[in-house]
Structure formats: C-alpha cells, structure tokens
Design a protein around this ligand. Structure first.
Ligand SMILES: Cc1cc2nc3c(=O)[nH]c(=O)nc-3n(C[C@H](O)[C@H](O)[C@H](O)COP(=O)(O)O)c2cc1C
Length: 173
C-alpha cells in the first residue's frame, strides 16, 4: 500500500548524495545508506522493487515519460523530482540520470541516479509547472500535458529543452 502524502518536507543534507541503481526496467538493484535513511524504507524493502515505490502523486506522468525516452536512448538527463517517503513526507531532489552499458555489447544494462538537494527558488518554479501539468493530465490526458510543456519550454527560448530546464531556470527567472 502506498503511503498517504502529508504536507511536510524532509530537509536534506546538502553534502550528501542519494544514490540508486536499477536494471534496464527500473527495478532497484542498489541504494546507498542515505537513500535508505531519507526514504524511510529498509534496504530489504527497496531491493528488487520498481523505482516508482517512492513516486509522489504530485509528479506529472509526462516528466517520467520524457525521462525514460532520454535514458533508454543512453542520453544523460537531470530532472527535479518530488519524492514520497514511507511516512508520507516529501523531499525534492535534483537527480542526475546516467545509463550503464555492457562493455562488450554496448547494450544498456541499467541506470544510475544520483540526487542532491535543490534550491527553494527552483522547487517553487518547478512545483508550479508540475501542478499545471498534472491538472492538464487529469483533465485532458498526457498528450495535452506534453504539448503544454513543449510550448512552455519554447516560450523560454529556442535552446530550452527539457533536459537542460534546470540550468535554464536560473537564467530566466
Ligand atoms: C535509476 C532510476 C531512478 C529513478 N528514480 C526515481 C525517483 O527518485 N523517483 C521517482 O518517482 N521515479 C524514479 N524513477 C522513475 C520510475 O522508474 C518510474 O518511471 C516513475 O516513478 C513513474 O512511475 P510509473 O511509471 O509507475 O508511473 C527512476 C528510474 C530510474 C531508471
């Protein structure tokens, strides 16, 4: 059963990284001690589970759709994500995704995500955008929210793409 979200934020240590690894399908194969501590789950509860175990219902689907489109092509991407801890609290993270490849075949065998704290300034902007995307998704579906996201990015400049949105936010706000 999914935890019931409560409106309380977990403050992260800016010096520590929350790291996890998955196989090519997003099943957790590794998590560091800080991941365990912040998520509130034990290592045993996390290992072998789909990574959506910490998905927060405030996150729009389109963000994960684009995330998977990027990483499954072997492209690295940074995404700001709101995660759900076992006790219902939330924590915002700046997450860097990388793919891992088999050295012989070059085939993607899994992904690594490394997360750190994110500034209040960025989370405020992103949470407004995500709230809008979620509302559109609920009313009109994911195609409509993807359309909205694309036009939002375009309105911020020609070179603003989803994977560099986080860097761009510092420039355009
Ligand atoms: C390495 C890796 C790390 C991930 N980390 C997170 C995460 O921190 N939070 C999250 O909600 N989804 C994360 N995901 C995405 C999930 O796999 C999943 O796509 C997402 O939670 C949406 O769930 P759904 O596809 O069931 O809607 C990660 C995926 C990978 C491959």
């Amino acid at each position: 059963m999914k935890p019931t979200p409560i409106n309380e934020e977990i403050q992260l240590d800016p010096k520590r990284y929350i790291v996890s690894e998955t196989d090519e399908l997003g099943t957790i194969t590794f998590c560091n001690d800080y991941f365990v501590e912040i998520s509130g789950y034990s290592k045993e509860e996390l290992m072998g589970k789909p990574h959506n175990i910490i998905r927060h219902p405030d996150m729009p689907k389109v963000v994960f759709k684009l995330l998977w489109e990027f990483i499954s092509q072997g492209k690295n991407i940074n995404v700001v994500i709101k995660n759900l801890a076992k006790d219902g609290r939330y924590y915002w993270v700046f997450t860097e995704f990388e793919s891992r490849r088999d050295t012989d075949t070059g085939k993607i065998i899994g992904y690594t995500a490394s997360r750190k704290t994110v500034s209040k300034h960025v989370t405020e902007i992103i949470s407004d955008l995500y709230a809008k995307l979620l509302e559109i998704e609920k009313e009109e579906g994911i195609e409509a929210s993807e359309e909205y996201l694309k036009s939002f990015l375009k309105s911020k400049g020609d070179n603003v793409e989803f994977q560099n949105l986080m860097e761009e936010i510092h420039k355009f706000y």
